[in-house]
Ligand binder design. Sequence first.
Ligand code: GTP
Ligand code: MG
Length: 196
Amino acid sequence: MKKPAARFFRSVTRWEDLPDDGLPEVAFAGRSNVGKSSLLNALLRAPGLARTSSTPGKTRQLNFYRVNEQLYFVDLPGYGYARTSQEERRLWGRLITRYLQERPTLALVVHLIDSRHPPTPLDEAMMDLMRGQHVPYLIALTKADKVSGNRRAQAVREVERALQARAMEVPIIPTSAHTGLGLRDLWRWIEQVSLG
Ligand code: GTP
Ligand code: MG
């Protein structure tokens, strides 16, 4: 796959500031430090485009990146970061929840879950939020390079179990921003939902 043309477009903290050009949006959601910004960079083969950090809470706004002038990648602030201020938590509660539920141009939600840990209660709350939504939704297990094949299979099963408990059928894709595992698969989904 050719390296996509990607550029930072806008940081958003208010509904009114969301782009109004109607391009489809692929949103990356998940807990702080799970690897959202890294996965976005790896997909775009643009290291450093979205800021990453070993300290959780790096991404604080909805950051829009324009890809091939055809769609947006939206890097969302992570949830579950204990030191996030009350105001920022409210922002997650309001703007991001509303974005995930009401945004007409939202074409795909990529929910990232760490391969090394079972889904957290907030990961399950995210599944609940997406349940009954009509937006295409998939789960990317991140940092797969850090775990054995056994643990990777176990991570898939744990997520499957959480989804089955909600009667949800959702693709689960093991990924690594470091080795490139799963990126082609992810691109296939992205192209299917956004360029069709
Ligand atoms: P917030 O913006 O704080 O919500 O975090 P984020 O979800 O955007 O995470 P980020 O991409 O900043 O990555 C967090 C840390 O995990 C960084 O130290 C990354 O280098 C590391 N990381 C991300 N993806 C991978 C991966 O696939 N493999 C490995 N080994 N480390 C990764
Ligand atoms: Mg980030």
